[in-house]
Design a protein around this ligand. Structure first.
Ligand SMILES: Nc1ncnc2c1ncn2[C@@H]1O[C@H](COP(=O)(O)OP(=O)(O)OP(=O)(O)O)[C@@H](O)[C@H]1O
Ligand SMILES: [Mg+2]
Length: 429
């Protein structure tokens, strides 16, 4: 018998749970779709399109709903003989307005069967001139859709130029509109007033999914992905509740369902159980934390381990200055050279930026001023399991410490050891 044989007991169509898979029906977004539809209607009327800013947290259906509605819009345009072109891109991380303009231009050229331009070697003005020429040659209504626009590091030019191209006489024959999609609303704060006002002209907000909405999404997928009767009663509800509690993220919900199914396959069982769902959550959380820890520097790991010791005691969030004392003590304990307090603050900020820590701003009024407190983002257990799994030197050193072991067991560390860690450094030297 061959060493590999296909799995046939659990999954009917595994790919249905893949991020790339496009659902036939969108669940739980009726109100939003109605509003979005209304915003796109001018296109079919042959009027100037609205500039739309769609925002909402990750996994709330911004991309999938946009793609589905734009497909409907194209169908409508064809039925009513409206000259419509849609250019949709996902903005790359740290890209500039120039790089985004090149990407839009090349997408437009490819759609028209033309060769793309090189990504470097032109001035920004050259690229915009080529874009205007192409736009005028196409004519009709052209929608530029920029997904994940918050990835652009300097978006002002692109957000200013495209919507005003006609008014500024760069373009004569076409009506232009932009749809900008972001999971960060505050991204608009740093825009120039003109770009901001264009973008905020027509806003659409997708809220996080609640457990009922996630359940509908999951049921629809599960029916296609799994053989009948494989998913035990309660699994979908449990996963929907878990994902709703986390962030109301449909991607996470689907990942959990996939992981639960794969757990059942690994265990050689014929049913996906609630226990598989719970294990899936732990597994995903641990995977995420493990890759986050792997990606940070040694000094950042030390800063993270410091916060972990506070969380083990159940005494977080902790003020930066208190963490620094503890951090120095931990470094001393582990025979590592500590960073300066300013560097340590930077480590903490970086960890918060990576979502490994939560950062809270506190304000003590006029007298006390402003300060920050930090705590772990994941559960202490998830952090400990992940750190252990990846065999981080820093965390392993912390683990072997008697006080951490005790903290892990009791979530209450040994008083003497903690006193040592918490004491101001001056008292220990
Ligand atoms: N209402 C829904 N019905 C069916 N599937 C959905 C729905 N919402 C989201 N999904 C699915 O969940 C996953 C995430 O959705 P999507 O990519 O649209 O999220 P997003 O808001 O664009 O997230 P991000 O900000 O991370 O890009 C996709 O696989 C998508 O097919
Ligand atoms: Mg998206």
């Amino acid at each position: 018998m061959p060493a590999f044989k296909p799995e046939t007991s659990i999954f009917k169509d595994h790919d249905v749970l893949d991020e790339e898979w496009t659902p036939e029906t969108i669940q739980g977004r009726d109100k939003e779709i109605e509003t979005y539809h209304e915003y796109l209607q001018p296109v079919i009327n042959g009027w100037k399109p609205k500039n739309i800013f769609l925002y909402g947290k990750t996994g709330v259906g911004k991309t999938v709903v946009t793609e589905s509605l734009l497909e409907d819009l194209e169908e409508g345009a064809e039925a009513y003989d409206v000259d419509l072109s849609i250019v949709m891109i996902t903005c790359d991380n740290q890209s500039t307005s120039y790089q985004t303009a090149v990407k839009l231009l090349n997408q437009l050229l490819r759609q028209r069967g033309k060769s793309p331009v090189p990504t470097t070697g032109y001035s920004q003005q050259d690229i915009f001139d080529k874009l205007w020429a192409e736009i005028d040659a196409i004519g009709g209504t052209i929608l530029f859709v920029m997904d994940e626009i918050d990835n652009i590091s300097s978006p002002d030019d692109i957000l200013y130029q495209i919507p005003r191209a006609r008014k500024n006489n760069y373009v004569e024959n076409a009506r232009l509109g932009i749809i900008a999609i972001s999971n960060d609303y505050s991204f608009t704060e740093d825009l120039s007033p003109k770009a901001k006002s264009t973008l905020r002209e027509t806003e659409l907000h997708f809220t996080a999914y609640d457990a009922d909405e996630l359940e509908d999404i999951l049921r629809d997928r599960a029916e296609k992905a799994f053989h009948e009767g494989v998913i035990e009663e309660g699994v979908i509800q449990r996963i929907a509740a878990l994902a709703a509690k986390e962030a109301g993220d449909a991607r996470l919900a689907m990942d959990l369902l996939l992981e639960a199914g794969e757990t059942a396959v690994r265990n050689g069982t014929t049913k996906v159980t609630e226990e598989d769902a719970m294990n899936a959550q732990e597994q995903l959380e641990s995977n995420w934390v493990a890759s986050a820890i792997k990606a940070i520097s040694l000094q950042e790991q030390l800063a993270l381990a410091t916060v972990l010791t506070r969380d083990c005691e159940g005494k977080s969030p902790t003020r930066t200055s208190d963490l620094y004392d503890r951090y120095c003590n931990l470094c001393k304990e582990l025979a590592r050279e500590p960073s300066t307090s300013r560097q340590m603050r930077e480590h903490l900020n970086e960890l918060a930026f990576q979502n490994v820590l939560n950062k809270h701003e506190r304000n003590r009024g006029v007298e006390g001023g402003r300060y920050y407190e930090f705590e772990l983002e994941p559960d202490v257990e998830a952090m400990l399991t992940a750190a252990h799994r990846i065999e981080s030197r820093i965390f392993d050193d912390v683990f072997v410490n008697e006080w951490t072991q005790k903290a892990i067991r009791n979530k209450q560390a040994d008083d003497d050891r903690l006193e040592f860690l918490s004491a101001p450094i001056s008292e220990q030297n």
